[in-house]
Design a protein around this ligand. Structure first.
Ligand SMILES: Cc1ncc(C[n+]2csc(CCOP(=O)(O)OP(=O)(O)O)c2C)c(N)n1
Ligand SMILES: [Mg+2]
Length: 594
């Protein structure tokens, strides 16, 4: 057993007169549920909580501050939850979100489910009402069986009923969040638990400092050999890096693998920057060429979900949308059940990404043959043509701005500030940004992830600033921003160096739809020429109204230099976007025209 035990700090204990005198007449030192929760988190290196106060956790938020934890208070729990989840991605430790019961819990639950889907380690801690009343459904204040509701949406869910079990509860939550495939964990703490007292020394002895919470998982030598054999025989190999590869913090090993093998690679959205997007082996600009052409694909921390067209169909050279292409797949994943999820996995390599990549490298000697020159030339040719085409588009400066002319500015600013964190959501505002704005370092790009969820923006921006200390640039669709916009107050309150850039095209996808019957405006259209920058000014931040690339550039440069909370309202041609950005084809269409 490897239980490291730490004494509860002085401040965590209360000296009280016990009900009857202890044997020696000495006063007994007590601790309580509040302090045991905080001590357990601190003992495990968790020093920041993202949350929103209220019954029964208000005192927990106060005591957290008093105990030296950083308590970041939000305006809506979903944003606190998103902040916690991305803190988990950025740090590799579980991000903690703290909410009240029932409605607060439910508000945080979307973020917890999103964390589980995206494999972000997060712990949602919610206070809950009286068990006896909840279970008899007698109508308690904010009554809800939260544990049951969280279970299907979380990687794991636990409830602690007794103060002496808090240490175990927190340890189990941490392990579940970060070991194997990371995910969201729910920890239910009933109101009564916080008030429970116990002997301080016994309390301290009950806490667990988790040893090796995310153990390495070494791949089997036969699986490594199988993968190497397949890769060695490839004529048109391709590497796909997923956000799992970014999370793995195996940056050097991944770079060595790509460069030693000479294989072209594609980074998925949040894997951008593991190697700089300007790397000569990046095939991003030739994506629609390399996917159907490749004969052996090495997936590293990337799942064959919808974002990769399920590994089949026309994207992969299949004859119809259901047919498989001719590729063979090698898949590195920590979860053994990921293989064969959509098409055959010819060489599954199960383990943590660092260990798997190092095992591959050990088998790749100095005599490793580079991929055939024709393949590399074909990829380079396609890429150069597409890059040249894009450069032409980016050089134009139409009035009003379009996505390209605005994003050409953002691209320059990110290039000049490669350490800045970068948040991105929207439809066109997401898709254009992802392809135009290069990333230079790992784990800088944070976006809508596996679900394409709107609403992550300000929560991610707050956590990115808090966890990294770096300036944050958040490029937001005007619709996307609306989901978490009130958190500009949070950004101002904590004086975070966040520069929000709203790509304001007056609506969802564009601002030009009309209601055929007149009356109400179309469902996708917002108030025209909305002055979003005034929202930031309302709380003491800087607002910028930018109609030209020069105004946008000046605003962003000043925001980065001053580190002041800034919101730039970038006015974009309302006709510039397309329906759903790049995923127009996912909209269902019926044959009947009505
Ligand atoms: C939680 C959630 N609700 C709704 C959607 C559907 N949706 C996808 S993109 C989008 C907004 C697109 O508009 P905007 O952010 O302004 O980007 P634009 O395309 O106009 O640049 C919406 C509502 C979603 N993805 N997630
Ligand atoms: Mg829009």
């Amino acid at each position: 057993m490897s239980l490291a035990v730490k004494a509860a700090p002085e401040a965590a204990s209360a000296t009280v007169k016990p009900g009857h005198e202890p044997a020696h007449g000495a006063e007994q030192v007590l601790t309580d549920g509040f302090h045991l929760v905080l001590d357990a988190l601190k003992l495990n290196g968790i020093h920041t909580i993202y949350g929103l106060p209220g019954i029964p956790i208000t005192d927990l938020t106060r005591k957290a501050q008093a105990e030296g934890l950083r308590m970041i208070s939000f305006r809506h729990e979903q944003n606190a939850g998103n902040a916690a989840s991305i803190a988990g991605f950025i740090t590799g430790k579980p991000g903690v979100c703290l909410t009240v019961s029932a409605p607060g819990f439910l508000n945080g639950l979307t973020a917890l489910a999103n964390a589980t889907t995206n494999c972000f380690p997060m712990i949602l801690i919610s206070g809950s009402s009286e068990r006896e009343i909840v279970d008899l459904q007698q109508g308690d204040y904010e009554e809800m069986d939260q544990l049951a509701i969280a279970k299907p949406l979380a990687k794991a869910a636990f409830r602690v009923l007794h103060a002496e079990d808090i240490g175990v509860g927190v340890a189990r939550a941490i392990r579940a969040a970060v070991s194997g495939r990371p995910g969201g964990v729910y920890l239910d703490l009933p109101a009564k638990l916080f008030a429970q007292s116990m002997d301080a020394a016994a309390g301290a002895a009950s806490l667990i400092e988790v040893v090796d919470p995310a153990p390495r998982q070494i791949p089997g030598p036969d699986a490594v050999q199988r993968a190497l054999d397949l890769l060695r025989g490839a004529k048109k190999p391709l590497i796909v890096l997923g956000k799992g590869a970014a999370y793995a913090r195996a940056d050097e090993a991944l770079k060595t693998l790509v460069e030693k093998t000479g294989i072209p690679y594609l980074p998925m959205s949040m894997a951008k920057g593991i190697l700089p997007d300007t790397h000569e082996q990046s095939a991003s600009a030739a994506r629609s060429f390399v996917l159907p052409q490749a004969d052996v694909v090495l997936l590293i921390g990337a799942r064959l979900n919808w974002l990769l067209s399920h590994g089949k169909g026309k994207t992969w050279g299949g004859k119809t949308s259901k047919d498989w292409g001719a590729q063979k797949f090698i898949q590195i994943d920590i979860s053994p059940t990921e293989a064969d999820s959509n098409v055959r996995t010819d060489a599954p390599l199960v383990g943590d990404i660092g260990s798997c990549v190092e095992a591959l490298l050990a088998g790749i000697g100095a005599d490793w043959k580079q991929p055939p020159a024709e393949w590399l030339a074909a990829v380079a040719d396609k890429k150069n043509k597409n890059v040249a085409k894009m450069a032409e588009t980016l050089a134009k400066s139409p009035t009003p701005m379009n996505f390209h002319s605005a994003l050409a500015v953002v691209r320059d600013i990110v290039k000049a500030n490669p350490d800045a964190m970068f948040v991105n959501e929207g439809a066109n505002a997401l898709d254009f940004t992802r392809s135009i704005v290069d990333m230079y370092k790992p784990r800088k790009r944070l976006d809508v992830g596996t679900w394409g969820v709107m609403g992550i923006g300000m929560g991610f921006a707050v956590a990115a600033a808090v966890e990294s200390g770096q300036p944050v640039i958040a490029v937001e669709g005007d619709s996307a921003f609306g989901f978490s916009g009130m958190e500009v107050e949070t950004i101002c309150r904590y004086n975070l160096p966040v520069c929000v850039v709203i790509m304001n095209n007056n609506g969802v996808y564009k601002g030009t739809d009309v209601n055929p019957r007149g009356g109400d405006v179309a469902p996708t259209v917002f108030v025209k020429d909305a002055r979003y920058e005034k929202l930031m000014e309302a709380f003491g931040g800087v607002g910028v109204y930018a109609r030209t690339p020069a105004e946008l550039r000046a605003g962003m440069e000043e925001a980065i230099r001053s580190r002041r909370p800034t919101l730039i309202n970038a006015i974009i041609d309302e006709t510039a976007g397309t329906e759903s950005g790049r995923i127009t084809s996912l909209n269902p269409t019926a044959a009947a025209k009505k």
